[in-house]
Design a protein around this ligand. Structure first.
Ligand SMILES: [Fe+2]
Length: 226
């Protein structure tokens, strides 16, 4: 599978979440990604107070400041985050938007649990837009509970939220419901990004070795090359 030259979702910032544990394994993956054509990486460590209560934006910024000195030349990087839409996140967006780690163009990556829908997703999207951000929902095809309400994605998109596909989802690894969601969004041209959501070197091996199913190839090519 080909990688996007602009990687917008990965856990390559070492030692801060369930992604890469140390700098050397992360640098190894980054080197391989550059060989595969990646030119720019936005680091998006998890920000989820339920799972990582001690992780703050300041901690991530410090980690990034020391890691970026070791990054290869010719690679553009930026620190953002993957925000879990937990209860109260919408309030935080409304009250302290300046504290959020966002992309250079003010895009912001958000995710929901794989098990249940965030009741405040809509108000979070609204508040993010009000604060001048451009929300991107990470891997919608992994929220299997959405497979029976696909039209809700249209409403979410109409609210001003874009969607990012995980490359590994194309293999069918996450089951029939995931493929149903993926085909719906891909068929309607609703994905804006394809990314690795990379957590480890073995996962990178799997992505690079995987083949995009023939039927989905055209839509995916447009995403990666676009
Ligand atoms: Fe992620």
């Amino acid at each position: 599978m080909k990688l996007s030259s602009y990687e917008i979702h990965c856990h390559l910032l070492p030692g801060v979440d369930d992604g890469f544990r140390d700098e050397s394994s992360s640098l190894k993956a980054i080197g391989r990604m550059m060989e595969e054509g990646t030119r720019s990486i936005v680091f998006t460590p998890h920000m989820n107070p339920d799972v990582y209560p001690d992780t703050t934006e300041a901690l991530l910024q410090d980690t990034y400041a020391s890691f970026r000195e070791k990054l290869p030349s010719g690679l553009e990087t930026h620190l953002a985050a993957e925000y879990m839409v937990v209860n109260g996140f919408d309030d935080r967006v409304a009250e302290h938007p300046e504290s959020l780690l966002v992309f250079p163009d003010n895009s912001i990556l958000v995710e929901m649990s794989y098990y249940f829908r965030s009741q405040n997703l809509e108000s979070t999207i609204f508040n993010l837009n009000m604060a001048g951000f451009h929300p991107i929902l990470a891997h919608p095809e992994r929220y299997l509970y959405m497979a029976d309400c696909l039209k809700d994605f249209d409403k979410i998109a109409d609210m001003g939220c874009r969607f990012q596909m995980n490359l590994m989802s194309l293999t069918g690894k996450y089951g029939k419901d995931s493929i149903r969601i993926l085909k719906y969004l891909l068929g309607k041209g609703m994905y804006s990004f394809a990314a690795t959501d990379l957590h480890s070197n073995p996962q990178l091996d799997s992505i690079l070795a995987a083949k995009v199913p023939l039927l989905l190839r055209r839509g995916v090519r447009a995403l990666i090359e676009g």
